[in-house]
Design a binder for this molecule. Structure first.
Ligand code: ADP
Ligand code: MG
Length: 260
């Protein structure tokens, strides 16, 4: 359903992705794990067409994403969740979710439209699924971060997506809210058979939630395997923990010698 082959992305002077190939099957829950700068956001943005790759190809449900004519039809099936929630602050929670119902138009146009009773019912159902039906008529910016992210999920659900991409959805949240958000993503993955690709930089959360973990380092996939079989040294590979430890040791040696 998502087929990525030999994907490369170069921003002026920076190679953000190199030769990335990855296939995600329908209904999978995949975590992209990697330190800051590894290329996670770029990869997710290439999948939904927000970023145009320099090399290679992304095919989503049989449609090559970067052959632009059908981009909107691809995007309407791909819900996106962001680290900073990206809600329209001055609108109500319900209005934000309704924006998801109109995936084909831009946010501001769609929010000015009148919504049908059916749309409103569906948006309320989506809010119920994230436990926020009772907040429907509050302004979005009155909610806590965790609640805003759950609105972000409801908005994605209102789009009736087959795929949800979540880019560091819990990086700005406290541990308890983070788990609640990831629990909800897991539920929609299982109950609705929505394919979920979520980027995280927290190893503990990645191993707790992922079925499959794809490790990224400096724009390259360095491992791709079931979460259960991931070893510490494989994780170190992407975080460079060994290098850092060696550097630290060297530093202390120098300090010790300097004082000797
Ligand atoms: N719009 C941009 N212009 C230039 N460089 C960028 C841009 N976006 C990302 N990069 C660079 O590409 C690399 C990968 O970034 P990114 O995909 O954001 O990684 P991650 O999400 O894993 O932190 C980084 O070196 C980053 O500085
Ligand atoms: Mg990022």
């Amino acid at each position: 359903m998502i087929e990525i082959s030999n994907l490369g992305k170069e921003y002026t002077g920076t190679k953000a992705l190199r030769n990335v190939s990855l296939t995600v099957k329908p209904g999978e829950f995949v975590v992209l794990l990697g330190p800051s700068g590894a290329g996670k956001s770029t990869l997710l943005r290439c999948i939904n067409g927000l970023v145009k790759p320099t090399d290679g190809e992304v095919i989503v449900q049989g449609v090559p994403v970067h052959e632009t004519k059908r981009l909107e039809s691809v995007r309407s099936k791909v819900g996106m969740i962001f680290q900073q929630f990206n809600l329209v602050k001055r609108l109500t929670v319900l209005e934000n979710v309704l924006c998801g119902c109109l995936a084909h138009t831009n946010v501001f146009t769609s929010c000015l439209k009148l919504f049908s009773e059916q749309d409103i019912d569906y948006a309320l159902q989506c809010l119920k699924r994230v436990g926020l039906e009772h907040k429907a008529y509050q302004r979005a910016d009155q909610l806590s971060g965790g609640q805003q992210q759950r609105v972000g999920i409801a908005r994605a659900l209102a789009q009736r997506p087959t795929i949800v991409l979540a880019d560091e959805p819990v990086a700005s949240l406290d541990p308890k809210s983070a788990e609640r958000v990831l629990d909800i993503l897991r539920v929609i993955n299982k109950q609705d058979a929505i394919t979920v690709v979520v980027s995280l930089h927290n190893i503990e959360l990645a191993t707790k939630y992922a079925e499959r973990i794809v490790g990224l380092r400096e724009g390259t996939i360095v491992f791709d395997q079931p979460a259960a079989s991931l070893t510490e040294s494989e994780v170190e590979q992407i975080y460079g923990a060994t290098e850092a430890a060696e550097e630290e040791e060297l530093y202390y040696k120098q300090v010790t010698y300097a004082h000797a």
